[in-house]
Design a binder for this molecule. Structure first.
Ligand SMILES: *Cc1c(COP(=O)(O)O)cnc(C)c1O
Length: 392
C-alpha cells in the first residue's frame, strides 16, 4: 500500500472508537454510506432493511429531527423537507391526482396559495378559494372530487384562528383530508392532529429553529395519509440537508421556553398597543376583543402565539415613520426570529394583490405585523413606544 500524500489524503478513515456517548447530537454530513456487500445494498435500497445509503433517501440528522417533531405533534409519521414549501408540496403531490379538487383558505401564506391554485392547476387539480372562518361556505365549496381542505391555524396577517375540529369534521364528511399549515402557532401552542387534522405542515425556518439560520420544513400526520410521502420526497428531491437538521434540532431544545416567553411578551405588547391613541386597531387572538378569542383559548390552551398585527393611524406614511423610528425592531419580512421583528404586509407578503383584494382582507398601508421575540415585555413595549412617538 502506498502512503504517499496523493493516496493518503483522499482515503476515508473510520472514526476512532468511542467508549463514551457524546451528549450533544452528532452531525453526519456524509452524502453516502458504505455497504458491506450486494445483499446489504439490495436490502437497504429495496427498503427490506433499515439503514442509510444515500443522503437524498434519508440521513440520521433528518430522522432525529423528524422523531422530535413527531413526538411534539403526537403524530404517527413525520418527515423533514428542505423548506416549508417543500413540505406543503410533498403533501399535495402525495395526496392529489389529476381531476381532484382542493378547498383552499383565502387566508393562506401567499406562496402556498400560488402552489395550490397556480402550480397544481398545471397538474389538472382544480380548487375553490373560501373564507374558512365560514364553515357553511367551506362545506358548500367541497365537491365529490375534493380530496384536501387546506387552512392555517392562525393566519397572516389578520390572525384569524381556524376552527380545526369543525373543519376536520366537514372535510371527513366529504371523504377529504384536512391539511393544516401550523407555522404561526407551532406545536407548543397548537397540535392540529389532536383536533382532527390529518396532516400538519410547518416551516421550521421560522420559530421552530428560531435562530434565523436554517431553511427547512416539517410534514407530519396520520399513517393512513402517508403511503406516498416518502416516495414523493425521494423522487422530487424534497428532503432537507443534514447540517440544517442539526441546527434545527438544536433550536428545538429551547422551543418551549422561547415560545412561552414570546407568547407572554406578545400578549403584553398587544395590550400596550390597545391603549395607544396612534393605534387604530390591534389584531391578536389573546385579546378578548378578537372575534375568535374563545376558540383560540380552547385550541391553544391559554397560549395565543407570538404574532400580532396592528394598524397605525395615518396609513402608509405613518407606518413608514414608525418603521424608521422603531430602531430596536428590525424590518425583516419573515417571522419567528429570536428577537422582535416587524413586517409591512402591503409592501411585502401581500404586494402581489390588488388594492381591492388587500382591502377585502383588511390590509391597509398602516398595517404592521409584529413577530414577537424572547425579549422582556418591558423592552418590547418601550421599543414600540419609540416607534409610535414618531407617528404623531
Ligand atoms: C414561511 C412560511 C411558509 C413557507 O416556509 P419556507 O420554509 O419559507 O418554505 C409556509 N407557511 C407559512 C405560514 C409561512 O410563514
Amino acid at each position: 500500500m502506498s502512503d504517499s500524500p496523493d493516496d493518503l489524503c483522499p482515503r476515508s478513515d473510520p472514526p476512532p472508537p468511542l467508549s463514551t456517548v457524546p451528549h450533544a447530537a452528532a452531525l453526519y454530513l456524509s452524502s453516502v454510506y458504505r455497504c458491506t456487500d450486494p445483499d446489504q445494498a439490495d436490502a437497504l435500497l429495496s427498503g427490506a432493511a433499515a439503514g442509510y445509503i444515500y443522503v437524498r433517501d434519508g440521513h440520521p440528522n433528518g430522522d432525529l429531527l423528524a422523531e422530535k417533531c413527531r413526538q411534539l405533534h403526537g403524530a404517527e409519521r413525520a418527515a423533514i423537507c428542505g423548506s416549508g414549501m417543500a413540505a406543503l408540496a410533498t403533501a399535495a403531490l402525495s395526496l392529489l391526482a389529476p381531476g381532484d379538487h382542493v378547498v383552499v383558505s383565502r387566508h393562506l401564506y401567499g406562496r402556498c396559495l400560488q402552489l395550490l391554485t397556480g402550480e397544481l392547476a398545471r397538474w389538472g387539480v382544480t380548487h375553490t378559494l373560501v373564507d374558512t372562518n365560514d364553515l357553511a361556505a367551506t362545506a358548500a365549496a367541497a365537491t365529490e372530487r375534493t380530496r384536501l381542505v387546506v387552512v392555517e391555524t392562525i393566519s397572516n396577517p389578520s390572525l384569524h384562528v381556524a376552527d380545526l375540529a369543525g373543519l376536520a369534521a366537514l372535510a371527513h364528511a366529504r371523504g377529504a383530508r384536512l391539511l393544516v399549515d401550523n407555522t404561526f402557532a407551532g406545536p407548543v401552542v397548537s397540535r392540529p392532529l389532536e383536533h382532527g387534522a390529518d396532516l400538519v405542515a410547518e416551516s421550521l425556518t421560522k420559530s421552530m429553529n428560531g435562530h434565523s439560520d436554517v431553511l427547512l420544513g416539517l410534514l407530519c400526520g396520520r399513517d393512513d395519509a402517508w403511503p406516498r410521502v416518502e416516495n414523493v420526497m425521494r423522487s422530487y428531491g424534497l428532503g432537507g440537508h443534514p447540517f440544517d437538521c442539526w441546527l434545527a434540532a438544536r433550536g428545538l431544545q429551547t422551543l418551549a421556553l422561547r415560545c412561552r416567553q414570546a407568547c407572554a411578551s406578545a400578549l403584553a405588547a398587544a395590550q400596550f398597543l390597545s391603549t395607544q391613541r396612534s393605534v387604530a386597531r390591534v389584531l391578536y387572538p389573546g385579546l378578548p376583543a378578537h372575534p375568535q378569542h374563545a376558540l383560540a383559548n380552547k385550541q391553544g390552551g391559554g397560549l395565543f402565539g407570538a404574532m400580532l398585527a396592528f394598524e397605525v393611524v395615518g396609513g402608509r406614511e405613518a407606518a413608514t415613520k414608525f418603521i424608521h423610528a422603531a430602531e430596536q425592531i428590525p424590518f425583516c419580512p419573515s417571522l419567528g426570529e429570536l428577537n422582535t421583528t416587524l413586517s409591512h404586509p402591503e409592501s411585502t407578503s401581500h404586494r402581489a394583490l390588488s388594492a381591492a383584494e388587500r382591502a377585502a382582507l383588511g390590509i391597509g398601508g398602516g398595517m404592521i405585523r409584529l413577530s414577537v421575540g424572547i425579549e422582556s415585555p418591558e423592552h418590547i413595549c418601550a421599543a414600540l413606544a419609540q416607534g409610535l412617538a414618531a407617528c404623531g
